[in-house]
Design a binder for this molecule. Structure first.
Ligand code: PBG
Length: 331
């Protein structure tokens, strides 16, 4: 392609006015691009999370109010994460299978209030339920056992689907779990429940505040590098995505977000499927800390980082800033 060159070509012409910038914008952020992760707790008080200023855990009886706010702001889906009481955690994470656990009650509360007016995504992994904070069942030497864990995860997914979850999102990084969950859902009559696979989930330093939020940080010994991906790898992410799609995932996720935008772009270029990115708790905390320190304008930081996911090719973003962002875009 031949282009004119300066001075016949002046790139600034298209940038000179707001209307012109809007006309040539290549990507746009819309409230329907956002999924809002919410934390659920027992009791009747909201519990602020110190490492995530502005984010609280919500009791079941107040979770539907959050979903209504999300719906009103044009957000299509919320994600639910439980802070399981310590006495209900055990080495096998059995509370994950309890049909009356926090997550199942929260799903029920939102469905009662809103029915199909908003989607509900639930995380499948055992870490909110285990006394050791790992995502699966442990061997005597502390290694997470893959195949036994996968059986538990399929049961956990069925428990959430029975409660009304619309999207099952396995975040555990066990091998073969997407296929096992898809079969279990099909066998039990939940063939319309979607699977959004955390296909490329990295062993990241950005998950710290989330572990505070679900109460697993103090319990976790060691790390999750035996199952979550090495931050050095991108081609491996493509293999993970291919496997999860072959096993029946409807959409895939890359996580964390900003530090892995190259992976989002590669997945989008290779596969014709919806790709989501998770702007995780540590990213949220970084933006809040930067804004609080006067290092940048909070609203602008939120919108610029979220737009970057769209530019990279993401269909949508899970972000703790979802409600604020949707309201900013809408206003
Ligand atoms: C649980 C899970 C984690 C996150 C989502 N699901 C943490 C982890 O793997 O330790 C992190 C989300 C965030 O940091 O916001 N398997």
């Amino acid at each position: 392609m031949t282009h004119a060159s300066y001075p016949a070509l002046r790139m600034r012409r298209a940038r000179a006015t707001a209307w012109s910038r809007a006309m040539v914008a290549e990507s746009r952020l819309h409230p329907s691009d956002l999924i809002w992760p919410l934390f659920v707790c027992e009791g009747d008080e909201a519990q602020p999370i110190a490492t995530m200023p502005g984010v609280s855990r919500w009791p079941v009886e107040r979770i539907a109010e959050r979903a209504v706010e999300a719906r009103d702001a044009g957000i299509p889906c919320v994600g639910l994460f439980p802070n399981t009481p310590p006495d209900l955690r055990c080495d096998r994470g059995e509370e994950a299978l309890n049909p009356d656990n926090l997550i199942c009650r929260a799903i029920g509360a939102i469905k009662d209030a809103l029915g199909d007016e908003i989607g509900i995504l639930t995380d499948v992994a055992l870490d909110p339920y285990t006394s050791h904070g790992q995502d699966g069942l442990l061997d005597a030497d502390g290694t997470v056992r893959n195949d036994d864990t996968v059986s538990m995860l399929a049961e956990q997914a069925l428990n959430q689907a029975a409660a009304g979850a619309d999207i099952i999102a396995p975040s555990d990084m066990m091998d073969g779990r997407v296929g096992a969950i898809r079969h279990a859902l099909e066998d039990d009559g939940y063939s319309n429940v979607q699977i959004m696979a955390y296909a490329a989930k990295y062993a990241s330093a950005f998950y710290g505040p989330f572990r505070d939020a679900i109460g697993s940080r103090g319990l976790l010994k060691g790390d999750k590098r035996g199952y979550q991906m090495d931050p050095a790898n991108a081609e491996e992410a493509l293999r993970e995505v291919a496997l999860d799609l072959a096993e029946g995932a409807d959409s895939v996720m890359v996580k964390p977000g900003l530090a892995y935008l190259d992976v989002v772009a590669k997945v989008k270029a290779r596969f014709e499927v919806p790709v989501f990115a998770y702007q995780v708790s540590g990213e949220y905390a970084m933006i809040e800390a930067a804004a609080a320190a006067g290092a940048g304008d909070r609203d602008a930081l939120i919108l610029e980082t979220l737009l970057a996911f769209k530019r990279a090719g993401a269909s949508g973003v899970l972000t703790y800033h979802a409600l604020d962002a949707a309201r900013l875009i809408g206003s």
